[in-house]
Design a protein around this ligand. Structure first.
Ligand code: GDP
Ligand code: MG
Length: 442
C-alpha cells in the first residue's frame, strides 16, 4: 500500500544528507506508483507528479531539514494545492432569497441523506429558513424519506402531491419558497443507477427552471473511477458548481477526492462522513491530503518540517542582521513570520510582562490588518526598490500606494518603520549583542 511504499522511500532517503534532483525523481517515481495504487486516475497522477517536481526543484535544499521530511512536505503541499488549497469553500447563496441548491447524482449516491444534512447545517449553524423538496417521482418511498428527514432536522418540506412531474414539482417548490419567505430551497432530484440521457435531460431542465445558485453533484467516493466518469458526464450537461463526496468514512484512500477535483476543476464543498444526519464535514484539503498519504502522523511530520524551515529562515535572517543588513524583503519575511505566529495576539502572548505592552498596542490602534497592508505595500515594489528603499521618490511612492490600495502616508510610515528597524539592527550588530539583551528586558 501507499503507506509502506512512502515510508520505504523516506527511510532510504533519510540516511543521506542533502536531497538531490535524483533523490526527488526517485522519490516521486515511488509516489507515482503509490498514488496509482490508491486509485487516483492516471492523468491526475501525472499532473500531480510534475507539479510536485516543480515545487521540489524550486525549493532550496535546507540542510537542517531531513531530506525525507522535505519530500513529505513537498508531496503534501502538492496534494493540498491540487485538492483546492487551504481555503475552505462554503456554499454560495444568492443575494436575493430564496437561494436554490440543486442536488444531482446517481441513485444511491447519498443525495437525499445529504439534502437532510445540508438542511440541518443551514438551519442550525447558519440560521437560515430552509425548505426541502423531493423531485424523485420514480421511487414512491423517496419523497417520504426526505419528509421524514426534514421532520427530524426540524425544517419544512414541500407537501407531497401525487402524480406531478419533476419539473412541475420544481416550479411548485419555487413559488412555495418565495411565498413562504424561505432563505434556501434544496431540491433533491431522482437518480438512476447508471448514467442515462433521460436523467440528464430532466436534471438540465430542472436547472433551467430553478436557476440554482449551487448545483451540487453528490458522488460516492467508494466508487472510485466510476465516480470520476460520473462527475465528468454530469459536468458536461449541468452547470455544476461544486461536489459533495459521500461515504468518505469508508474511503481509506481518499483517491477519489483528488481525481474528482482534478477532472472537474470543481471545489469539493463537503464530505459525507457517515449515515447520521450530523455527519457532514466541511472539506479540508489538508486532512484529505494527510489521508491520501496514508500516514496518521504525516501532518505532524509536515508541521515539524515547516518549523525546521522557519528555524533555518530565522538563522539566515540572524546572519544577515549580524552584518547590519536589513532590507524590505527581510521586513516582508518578518511580517509573514509574525502573521504565522498568530498575529499581534500570538506574539504578545510570547513576550514576558505583556500586559502593559498589550495595552499600549491596543491604544495605538495597531491590528493584524496592518500586517497584510504592509505586505501589500512591499509586494507592490520592484525588486530594486525593496533592496534600496532610498531610491523611492514621490512618484514611485504614489505608484506603490496605488498598487497596494493604501495612501502615500501609509507607505511613508512603513518606510520610516523599516528605517528605524534597520538602524536598530545595525546598532545591535555593532555593540556585540548588548542591544539584544536590552531588547529582551523591554
Ligand atoms: P440517494 O439515492 O442518492 O438519495 O441516496 P440516499 O441518500 O438514499 O443514500 C443511500 C444510502 O447511503 C443510505 O443508506 C444512506 O444512509 C447512505 N449514506 C449516505 N451518505 C453516507 C455517508 O456519508 N456515509 C455512509 N456511510 N453512508 C451514507
Ligand atoms: Mg434519494
Amino acid at each position: 500500500g501507499l503507506t509502506e511504499r512512502l515510508s520505504g522511500v523516506f527511510e532510504r532517503l533519510g540516511g543521506r544528507g542533502v536531497l538531490s534532483e535524483k533523490d526527488i525523481d526517485e522519490a516521486l517515481r515511488e509516489v507515482r506508483v503509490a498514488l496509482l495504487e490508491a486509485d487516483v486516475a492516471l492523468p491526475v497522477v501525472k499532473d500531480f507528479i510534475s507539479k510536485a517536481k516543480d515545487l521540489a526543484g524550486g525549493e532550496a535544499v535546507i540542510r537542517s531539514v531531513k531530506p525525507a521530511d522535505q519530500v513529505v512536505k513537498i508531496v503534501y503541499d502538492g496534494l493540498v494545492d491540487m485538492l483546492g488549497g487551504e481555503e475552505p469553500t462554503g456554499l454560495n447563496l444568492a443575494l436575493n432569497p430564496p437561494s436554490v441548491i440543486l442536488m444531482a447524482g446517481l441513485q444511491g449516491s447519498g443525495k437525499t441523506t445529504t439534502t437532510g444534512k445540508l438542511a440541518l447545517r443551514l438551519s442550525k449553524s447558519d440560521r437560515k429558513k430552509v425548505l426541502v423538496a423531493s423531485l424523485d417521482t420514480r421511487r414512491p418511498a423517496a419523497m417520504e424519506q426526505l419528509a421524514t428527514l426534514a421532520r427530524q432536522v426540524e425544517v419544512d418540506s414541500l407537501p407531497i402531491v401525487a402524480g406531478q412531474s419533476a419539473p412541475d414539482i420544481a416550479k411548485r417548490a419555487l413559488s412555495a419558497a418565495k411565498l413562504g419567505g424561505y432563505d434556501v430551497l434544496i431540491l433533491d432530484t431522482a437518480g438512476r443507477t447508471t448514467l442515462d440521457e433521460s436523467m440528464m435531460s430532466e436534471a438540465a431542465e430542472i436547472a433551467r427552471i430553478a436557476s440554482p445558485s449551487e448545483t451540487i453533484l453528490v458522488a460516492d467516493s467508494l466508487t472510485g473511477q466510476d465516480a470520476v466518469r460520473t462527475a465528468k458526464a454530469f459536468h458536461e450537461r449541468l452547470p455544476l458548481t461544486g461536489l459533495i463526496l459521500t461515504r468518505a468514512d469508508g474511503d481509506g484512500r481518499g483517491g477519489a477526492a483528488l481525481s474528482m477535483r482534478h477532472v472537474t476543476g470543481l471545489p469539493i464543498k463537503f464530505l459525507g462522513a457517515g449515515e447520521k444526519i450530523d455527519q457532514l464535514d466541511v472539506f479540508d484539503a489538508r486532512r484529505v491530503a494527510g489521508r491520501i498519504l496514508g500516514q496518521g502522523d504525516v501532518v505532524a511530520l509536515v508541521e515539524k518540517a515547516a518549523a525546521d524551515l522557519d528555524q533555518a529562515e530565522a538563522e539566515r535572517m540572524a546572519k544577515k542582521l549580524a552584518k547590519g543588513k536589513f532590507d524590505l524583503d527581510d521586513l516582508a519575511a518578518q511580517l509573514r513570520q509574525m502573521q504565522k505566529m498568530g498575529g499581534m495576539e500570538g506574539i504578545m502572548g510570547l513576550l514576558p510582562g505583556v500586559q502593559k505592552v498589550k495595552k499600549q498596542i491596543a491604544d495605538s490602534g495597531v491590528d493584524d490588518s496592518i500586517f497584510r497592508r504592509q505586505q501589500a505595500i512591499i509586494s507592490s515594489m520592484t525588486k530594486e526598490e525593496r533592496k534600496k528603499p532610498d531610491i523611492l521618490a514621490a512618484s514611485r511612492k504614489r505608484r506603490i500606494a496605488a498598487g497596494a490600495g493604501v495612501d502615500v502616508a501609509e507607505v511613508n510610515r512603513l518606510l520610516k518603520q523599516h528605517r528605524q528597524m534597520a538602524d536598530m539592527f545595525k546598532a545591535m550588530s555593532k555593540d556585540g549583542g548588548k542591544g539584544l539583551a536590552r531588547m529582551a528586558q523591554m
